[in-house]
Design a protein. Structure first.
Length: 554
């Protein structure tokens, strides 16, 4: 298919662009295969370059011969284009709708993007499972890296290499995989250096109504326990939902078959509920006609903050089991690709200081989301504005980022990265020139040859000139476990995502710049004090030496 076939009117002059908190711009609108571009001859006017993949929905309005297109984006931005001529407006609208809903992944922009920057380090090779295992190997010899899934036949949503207990052979892993939904048998998610406890993740066991059991699965899970220790199974479903799953062939671990493990059910909403929650919170934030009381009521009715609270609470529980109870943890829901990953990722941010650094957080996203099989392509196909609601869409990763922001806000000095870093990740999961978040599984990414045909997001982020924008000036390395509050008054609306297009951030930006200036000035003063004190100390030290040398010379 040629993109030109979908572009009925490639260029229109005299188009007027309206954007929040920016001056109106009149210029020429151009459509390419992947971008909507508006350029103007006005001096000091920023051009609009909008990826078609970032367009969630459009609305058309007509007044006489003037047409208006309201473009609603996946990053929650809304812009308006006034286009002279009804035919031109209809052609542009139809072209945008066609180009923003392409089904083929290989037709998306990352396959056509050619970077204008030098790739200093290839992001595709930064966080390989074998490199992560080397670090684990330096701490313990109780685990091994298995190639049982090297052709992705055992579990399509797992990577080719998985970390499992050393005493469990590949044949046992294959049998355990048949007992878990989608073949997602328990694998290592996190090893706690402090006490050797671990977080494992999996999908639900296929016990069914007959109470089926699997000795290999039981042996695999028990192999993660130290002598005399117990473990916790955190099921991210209510007991009622887990019971219902048995009728469909799923289920949960029976205490009689897993006597060393205690099962805890923590309710985290399923994907369709999360999508509805996103739609409602965006509607509330975009409704400027509401009074404060009504606005707060609509925010509460969206249940978004409730989702944040439940996820953080469950992550804190998992972290508490590891650090305070000295017990290992297995986390799973139904498929093990959504709420499970939210919990295991956030627990690691709470427990592991390295995950609070830029590079460590990138490794976490790679390990716990991309390699672990979160279906980004499905979950982020549409955002909050689309009229076509699909069951597979859900802001699972956005909710995770919101939870991370809540922790960052409560511990502003413990994270090397800032809020802009999290917002940037949100934007690139929904539309990007990079191939990092394309596809649904590691197997699909290998099939698409993303590492050969596209550029990794990390290759761009880790360049010094880009990285500087994402660093937290307040950062002071903190080696301790951090325990976020989940009290209602401690959890706030993430304005940096939900309100950034609805109110000007000029004052906040100026305050941030002033804070950075003060911090840099403070560092300069500290350096001067250190230099002077060092020089004074050196003079005190050299004084006696000079005297002794004078005496010896006599």
């Amino acid at each position: 298919m040629e993109f030109a076939e979908l572009i009925k009117t490639p260029r229109v002059d005299g188009v007027v662009l309206h954007r929040p908190f920016l001056p109106t711009v009149e210029g020429t609108l151009c459509l390419t295969g992947h971008h909507l571009i508006l350029s103007s001859r006005q001096d000091n006017t920023e051009e609009l370059w909008l990826l078609h993949a970032n367009i969630d929905a459009i609305e058309k309005r007509f007044i006489g011969s003037l047409g208006t297109i309201i473009v609603k984006c996946k990053d929650l931005r809304i812009i308006q284009l006034d286009i002279p001529g009804m035919e031109e407006c209809l052609n542009i609208a139809n072209s945008i709708e066609a180009l923003s809903t392409l089904d083929s992944v290989s037709l998306m922009y990352p396959f056509f993007y050619r970077p204008m920057f030098e790739v200093i380090e290839d992001g595709w090779n930064l966080f390989l499972p074998e490199e992560a295992f080397k670090e684990l190997e330096s701490m313990t010899d109780e685990w091994r890296l298995s190639e049982v899934n090297k052709d992705f036949s055992i579990c399509p949503s797992y990577p080719a290499l998985v970390t499992v207990p050393k005493d469990i052979d590949d044949d046992s892993l294959c049998k355990a995989a048949t007992f878990r939904h989608g073949g997602r048998f328990p694998v290592l998610s996190y090893y706690h250096k402090k006490n050797g406890m671990v977080i494992m993740r999996a999908s639900q066991p296929l016990t069914g109504t007959s109470g089926r059991r699997c000795k290999e699965d039981e042996k695999l899970i028990n192999a993660t326990l130290r002598a005399g220790k117990r473990g916790y199974i955190i099921d991210t479903r209510t007991i009622a939902v887990a019971q219902q799953a048995k009728a469909r062939g799923g289920g949960f671990e029976q205490e009689a078959n897993y006597p060393q493990w205690r099962r805890i059910h923590k309710a985290i909403e399923r994907t369709n509920i999360l999508q509805e929650s996103l739609i409602k919170i965006v509607e509330a934030c975009n409704d400027h006609s509401n009074s404060m009381d009504r606005w707060l009521s609509k925010l509460e009715a969206s249940n978004w903050q409730s989702q944040v609270k439940e996820i953080l609470t469950t992550a804190c529980l998992a972290a508490q089991c590891i650090d305070r109870e000295g017990a290992s943890v297995l986390v799973h829901g139904t498929e093990g690709t959504d709420s499970t990953l939210q919990v295991t990722s956030l627990a690691q941010i709470i427990l592991e200081p390295a995950c609070r650094t830029v590079r460590g957080f990138q490794a976490l996203v790679e390990r716990e989301w991309l390699q672990a099989g979160h279906p980004f392509q499905q979950r982020c196909a549409q955002s909050a504005y689309s009229n076509e609601k699909l069951r597979s869409e859900a802001p699972v990763f956005l909710l995770f980022l919101d939870c991370v922001w809540q922790i960052l806000r409560q511990f502003p000095c413990s994270f090397q990265f800032n809020e802009h870093f999290l917002v940037m990740l949100f934007e690139h999961t929904y539309a990007s020139q990079f191939g990092t978040f394309l596809g649904t599984t590691a197997a699909e990414r290998v099939k698409l040859k993303l590492s050969q045909k596209t550029v990794s997001l990390w290759s761009w982020v880790n360049r010094p000139q880009e990285l500087e924008r994402f660093l937290n000036p307040l950062y002071e390395p903190n080696s301790l476990v951090i325990w976020p509050s989940v009290a209602p008054q401690s959890l706030l609306l993430w304005e940096g995502v939900f309100l950034r297009w609805n109110r000007s951030t000029k004052c906040l930006d100026e305050a941030y710049e002033e804070m950075v200036h003060i911090i840099e000035y403070n560092k300069e003063l500290q350096l001067k004090v250190w230099v002077r004190s060092s020089a004074a100390g050196q003079r005190r030290f050299m004084g006696p030496c000079i005297s002794h040398m004078h005496i010896l010379s006599l």
